[in-house]
Design a protein around this ligand. Structure first.
Ligand SMILES: Nc1ncnc2c1ncn2[C@@H]1O[C@H](COP(=O)(O)OP(=O)(O)OP(=O)(O)O)[C@@H](O)[C@H]1O
Ligand SMILES: [Mg+2]
Length: 383
């Protein structure tokens, strides 16, 4: 439950009114309501109390009757909701029988739900707005294939390990790779036009255009359509206002980068390069584009920096070059980490997140710590 959700809806406030106490068995409406917070709407994935679905609670001796308002009358999940409520309430001491009664939300209720979930039809989701505490880290590079997506998912995992809340937006509409990398190819839940991020088997939540098209299907979209799709993901997805949203960008300095810069002026760019000179040259361009668009640079990551000798641990600079140093120097930024080449990082599902105690995972832990410690510049409000 986010603070934003509570404030906007007034829902999810605790009701500790002891006047509802039933002296016969000690069961209270507040106690039952509290227990119902553990029951989630299966589609939306949020608890039914904060979604304002619990309309009345009646307690008679050891029997509890719960009135639930559904978003649509023919909701196929009635049965599951009934079971979940019954199972949970039977765990409350003193409850012997549970009766669930269904009603339907009014149009106004539904509209309120919609507004509370994504802040109105034309605005960006709260997490992307300037006033939100969520930091947006856009992972950019000039050249393709240098490891942006690998960096995006492993950085997210490292921030998660460090106790930060984090979600991923795969903005690479044509080359969406996050669903495959995280091994979650299903379609997201869409309720009343609100899209819910997918939870991958690792627990990382993300959204990607790759989840809206069939596996293997090529998308041929012109730039305006790509921008529209991306805007939709920033507007119609229920982002939870986590500490960080990591945006996996497409390669290059094109339209998508410009759209992100324009729509999310608070975004910070994390530039990925490999040691080679050609990758570094275009990574500098990507970084310059970001600063020209007034984005802050979070730093530089040099991927595929070296290979570790399995025998002696010696670092072999296979690609040579000093791409990371060069990019950081030319952009006036700094290297946050160097990631070794790992033969295991095959791009196969589940093979892209490095093992927690491996050398690259530790490098990502350091990058995550540096990013988390950065002072975020307050934007100056022009009145
Ligand atoms: N440190 C590494 N060691 C070994 N392989 C790696 C490493 N980093 C990335 N790879 C592999 O290199 C390939 C490209 O990586 P990735 O998809 O992350 O790059 P990208 O910059 O996102 O590419 P694109 O520009 O196509 O979006 C993938 O197969 C990935 O598994
Ligand atoms: Mg990629």
């Amino acid at each position: 439950m986010t603070e934003w959700f509570r404030k906007r809806t007034g829902r999810g406030e605790r009701n500790d009114n002891k006047a509802d106490a039933n002296p016969a068995d000690g069961l209270t409406e507040a106690g039952i309501r509290e227990a119902l917070r553990d029951v989630r709407d299966p589609e939306i994935g949020r608890d039914i109390v904060s979604l304002n679905m619990v309309r009345q609670i009646e307690i008679r001796d050891s029997k509890v009757k719960v009135g639930v308002a559904l978003t649509t009358a023919g909701c196929p999940l009635k049965h599951r909701i009934t079971n979940d409520i019954t199972d949970r309430l039977k765990m409350v001491e003193g409850v012997e029988a549970v009766d669930v009664d269904f009603g339907v939300m009014t149009d106004e209720d539904r509209q309120n739900l919609l507004t509370s979930l994504h802040g109105g039809p034309t605005e960006l989701a709260p997490a992307f707005r300037d006033e939100s505490k969520t930091r947006i880290i856009a992972v950019v590079s000039g050249k393709g294939g240098v490891g942006k997506s690998t960096v995006a998912v492993n950085l997210a995992a490292a921030l998660d390990r460090a106790g930060k809340s984090v979600e991923i937006l795969d903005a690479d509409v044509h080359g969406a790779s996050v669903p495959v990398m995280l091994g979650a190819l299903g379609k997201p839940n869409v309720v009343e036009g609100v899209i819910f991020p997918i939870e991958s088997p690792t627990g990382l939540k993300f959204i990607s255009m790759g989840n809206f098209v069939s596996e293997g299907q090529a998308i041929i979209w012109r730039a305006p359509i790509v921008n529209k799709a991306l805007t939709q993901l920033m507007r119609d997805v229920y982002w939870d206002e986590p500490d960080f949203i990591i945006v996996d960008m497409p390669p290059g300095t094109g339209d998508v980068a410009l759209t992100v810069a324009q729509m999310i002026p608070k975004a910070e760019a994390l530039v990925v390069t490999t040691p080679q000179a050609d990758a570094a040259r275009v990574a500098v361009k990507a970084g310059k584009m970001a600063t020209q668009a007034h984005l802050k640079l979070a730093g530089v990551v040099e991927n595929m920096s070296y290979a570790e000798c399995p025998e002696c641990g010696h670092e072999m600079r296979i690609f040579g070059g000093d791409g990371g140093e060069r990019v950081a120097g030319e952009l006036g930024s700094r290297i946050l980490g160097r990631i070794p080449i790992l033969p295991d990082a095959t791009g196969e599902p589940g093979r892209c997140l490095f093992d927690e105690d491996s050398t690259p995972a530790r490098a990502f832990d350091e990058i995550a710590a540096s990013i988390a410690q950065m002072k975020v510049r307050k934007r100056i409000q022009v009145l």
